[in-house]
Design a protein around this ligand. Structure first.
Ligand code: URA
Ligand code: SF4
Length: 208
């Protein structure tokens, strides 16, 4: 996709999400939260769903978990403007309950379109609902921080910042996992360069 096509698609998704009534969450939301960030991002982060602050503002990760996420990004040498941040469901589950399987399913087309348009090198899943999209049946305590090649990208499951914020063990785990991001990006570059020197199409990363 050209940059103009990406922009158009991301704008279209955001507009559709804003007026979406595909699931029950549309009835209780104040603001849908399509996601935000750099549409040319190399890193895309996927959270769970908007909380109270996000629902008020229509923006992802703006509450306490968002502040912590900003710190984690800074430690990885990244800023909010470098990445794209969205959620599995774009509307707040009432009382911050878990999103239901049919809600996740109803919303999945938007996430897929965002993924296609941005085409990131690295996807970071935050918490178990976005992890389950890529690692069904896995346990976060077992696989957090371990990058896996899926198609043309690396997917790295991480703890949810809201959970990690208040539990010391998880906090150091998520800090360590975020600190790996620069290395992972460099590794993607290295493999791509090696592939282009050998004139092989870089459509499959063979990293892990
Ligand atoms: N938690 C999430 O999963 N997403 C947000 O946008 C905010 C908090
Ligand atoms: Fe639509 Fe997703 Fe919001 Fe449900 S959560 S109403 S599918 S945008």
């Amino acid at each position: 996709m050209t940059i103009a096509e990406r922009e158009r698609e991301m704008q279209a998704v955001a507009e559709e999400v804003t007026g979406c009534t595909l699931c029950e969450l549309s009835r209780s939301r104040n603001h849908a939260v399509p996601g935000e960030g750099n549409i040319q991002a190399r890193v895309m982060l996927i959270g769970e769903g908007p909380g109270w602050h996000e629902d008020q503002q229509g923006r992802p990760f703006v509450g306490n978990a968002g502040k912590f996420l900003n710190e984690l990004l800074t430690k990885a040498g990244l800023q909010r403007d470098d990445v794209f941040i969205t959620n599995v469901v774009k509307c707040r589950p009432p009382g911050n309950r878990d999103p239901l399987p049919d809600e996740i399913q109803a919303c999945s087309g938007y996430l897929e379109r965002q993924m296609n348009a941005i085409d990131p090198d690295v996807v970071v899943t935050l918490g178990r609902f976005s992890m389950a999209k890529y690692f069904p049946g896995e346990r976060i305590s077992r696989i957090h921080g371990q990058a896996k090649t899926i198609g043309t990208r690396l997917v790295v499951p991480m703890y949810h910042p809201a959970a990690a914020l208040h539990q010391a063990a998880l906090r150091s785990a998520i800090e360590d996992d975020f600190a790996k991001l620069p290395k992972l990006l460099a590794e993607v570059d290295r493999v791509r360069e090696a592939a282009s020197e050998q004139d092989t199409p870089p459509d499959q990363l063979e990293l892990f």
